[in-house]
Design a protein around this ligand. Structure first.
Ligand SMILES: [Zn+2]
Length: 668
């Protein structure tokens, strides 16, 4: 609809008559300038006035000069055709009661079980479904009237277009932008010639308010937290508990704000610790947690005040913010070779500590915020959470800078758009010290810490992990304040670590993307060092629970560390594979690989156990290495079954499997 149709006749009359002819031209030019300026600000995600105020400017200009070119400009700013439509909320979107005191929270919860969820610092959104189809998405607005953002919502992967056939309901949740997506979005906007957005929080609000570039909303994520059954259509499900509600939300395709049922104080404390950890990671902008009584009958009973529901309580850590100046941006190489920026700032006192350094996460972060020396930045520290960069308050002149070479070894850095990496994995000192420390931890060498290791490295006695095993007792005397007794102890501890579990040995190699449990799992399928080194990425990816990416990381990581493995073995290190672990190596199914698919009469986990105990291996996809596919649905048209038929892989039912295990049938 054309905006001018929405302007009342009365309004039109007032504007037309209120402006004297001679003034008219200057008013038109004033409006045109103001509109252009606000269009630009809008684009940058930094609107200076509300949408309503902006619309009023356009309305006025449209009346005074309906054909003014500024009104026709779509590419730069605001489309005149798609005006923001205001929409009412059938049930008001209330804000939440909040507390900063844990004791308050405990008092409110009493002995009732509650549901804990993350409190995301985003924008609340209501999504309405009619007959199972998304019909309208609206912002919270003032709680009673919001803005129609349906076209934008359709770009968001977390918001299903259709849910559970024929249902009428409203889903509420929080729209936000993850740190990683923010970096990508920032780059895309820069490439489009738009100004880079200022923060993940601001860009969500900024893009929601825009009338163009709906496609940029695809960088947003959505957590669903509420469900309101609708009136007509198929009977909408009613739930008795928050647990059941969230289960259903997840089932119909929504992402969830990490809901967890918390039975008591201890659970709540644990959940708050968990949230604190996520805040420190800073991948999602969180500012606390939300709690609601699990019993939904209680929600009905308690109802709402004019401002907030009585059955929900949000908890926030009292966050203190401060503004400081960046003295310099330093870069350090991590154990895994990632070159990470840190802003050194003029010291500020926040939540009981003097803050001098702020992590800037990764290279793309520096680029996205154009961070450099002299910038005035805002930081926040909530409780004991590590201090966090919030945004630039006042930018200094100039341009951000990325180092070209590794600050530790001078190797040319490589970039994957988000991170800078030193590719010199086995020769970079920063990575070497970290690698040896990781080895010490995994091999459980007592008393040898960083403080003692560094003098050994400085003296040229240790430069690789294998060197540890070549040290003589007297070599340890180079460590300051170390006498014969400690030297003997260190020597002994290192020698004692020569024989170690294979999983510890592999974990000690510090391969990205693989932890101890990864190796333990892999050892079930490849029971020795030799077998693991011989595994291909395809074979690893075929194992249940291994994605292609981690399979590749493992295989290339092992290949890159071949010389370390060789040196360690030559130095007398002896990795020991588990004997008769979870997988029996000499059972009736020894060495045979199986794929399970479709419904079975026994629980799937049970069938997996039979196979493993009989020495068999499980894979998630059918290949020529598959011995048999186990299924009770031999005629199924599933991908796995199609592949099995294509490759001529045997198809066993459960009985056949049991017979093969008990020896009644030949495993043919
Ligand atoms: Zn390096």
């Amino acid at each position: 609809m054309d905006r001018s149709q929405q302007v009342s006749t009365m309004q039109k009359k007032v504007i037309e008559e209120g402006v004297e002819r001679p003034l008219r031209a200057s008013r038109i030019s004033e409006l045109a300038h103001a509109i252009m300026r606000h269009k630009k600000a809008y684009y940058a995600g930094k609107p200076e006035i509300s949408d309503a105020a902006y619309d009023a400017l356009e309305d006025e200009l449209r009346i005074l000069a309906p054909d003014h070119p500024v009104l026709q400009i779509v590419g730069v700013g605001v489309s005149t055709a798609a005006a923001v439509r205001k929409v009412e909320h059938a049930t008001p979107m209330l804000s939440l009661d909040k507390t900063y005191e844990v004791e308050d929270l405990f008092r409110w919860a009493g002995d009732r079980p509650v549901m804990g969820t993350l409190k995301v610092d985003g924008n609340s959104l209501s999504v309405v479904y009619e007959h199972g189809r998304l019909v309208v998405a609206k912002t919270r607005g003032n709680g009673r009237v919001g803005e129609d953002v349906t076209e934008k919502a359709q770009w968001i992967a977390d918001i299903p277009r259709e849910i559970d056939g024929g249902l009428n309901c409203e889903i509420r949740g929080e729209l936000y932008c993850t740190e990683e997506n923010f970096l990508r979005l920032s780059d895309e906007m820069a490439q489009m010639g738009l100004e880079r957005p200022t923060s993940p929080r601001n860009i969500v609000a900024g893009l929601l308010g825009r009338k163009v570039h709906f496609e940029l909303s695809r960088y947003f994520s959505f957590f669903a937290f509420d469900y309101i059954p609708g009136g007509e259509g198929r009977a909408a499900p009613r739930f008795k508990t928050e647990v059941a509600k969230f289960e259903w939300l997840g089932k119909v395709g929504f992402s969830l704000p990490h809901p967890e049922r918390l039975a008591d104080r201890k659970d709540i404390e644990r959940y708050l610790e968990y949230v604190k950890g996520l805040i420190a990671e800073d991948e999602i902008g969180l500012d606390g947690a939300v709690f609601s009584y699990d019993d939904l009958a209680l929600h009905e009973e308690l109802g709402v005040t004019a401002h907030h529901p009585r059955y929900k309580m949000s908890f926030k850590w009292q966050g203190q913010t401060a503004v400081s100046t960046v003295r310099e941006i330093t870069w350090a190489t991590s154990r895994l070779g990632i070159v990470t920026p840190v802003a050194v700032i003029d010291p500020v006192f926040l939540s009981g500590a003097s803050i001098t350094n702020i992590t800037l996460h990764n290279a793309a972060h520096v680029k996205a915020f154009n961070l450099k020396k002299g910038d005035r930045i805002e930081i926040v520290r909530s409780g004991e959470v590590i201090p966090k960069f919030l945004g630039v308050v006042e930018a200094a002149h100039g341009h951000y800078h990325w180092p070209a070479k590794c600050p530790d070894c001078g190797t040319q850095l490589v970039s994957d758009d988000v991170r800078l990496k030193c590719p010199n994995a086995t020769g970079c000192p920063a990575q070497q010290l970290g690698a040896i420390l990781n080895w010490i931890r995994c091999a459980e060498i007592d008393d040898l810490n960083e403080k003692r290791l560094v003098p050994l490295m400085d003296a040229g006695l240790v430069s690789t992990m294998a060197d540890l095993y070549k040290l003589r007792e007297e070599d340890f005397l180079v460590i300051p304040q170390t006498r014969e007794k400690m030297a003997a102890k260190l020597f002994h501890n290192i020698q004692a670590s020569k024989m170690l579990p294979l999983a510890s040995f592999l974990n000690g190699l510090g391969i990205e993307g693989a932890g101890r449990t990864t190796w333990e799992k892999l050892i079930e399928y490849f029971p020795g060092l030799h077998e693991i080194q011989g595994a291909t990425a395809g074979e690893v990816a075929a194992i249940e629970g291994f994605a292609e990416k981690s399979a590749n990381q493992i295989v290339t990581g092992l290949a890159a560390r071949q010389s370390w493995i060789h040196e360690l073995l030559a130095a007398g290190v002896n990795p020991v594979a588990p004997v008769g672990g979870t997988a029996a190596l000499d059972g009736p199914l020894a060495g045979l690989q199986f794929v399970i698919t479709g419904a079975l009469s026994a629980p799937r986990a049970e069938v997996e156990k039979w196979i493993k105990q009989a020495g068999g291996k499980l894979a998630s996809s059918v290949s020529k290495n598959t011995h048999a596919v186990v299924t009770e649905e031999p005629d199924s048209g599933s991908t796995k079954m199609k592949k099995a038929r294509e490759l001529g892989v045997k198809i066993w039912n459960e009985q056949h499997l049991k017979d093969a295990i008990t020896g009644k049938g030949k495993s043919s």
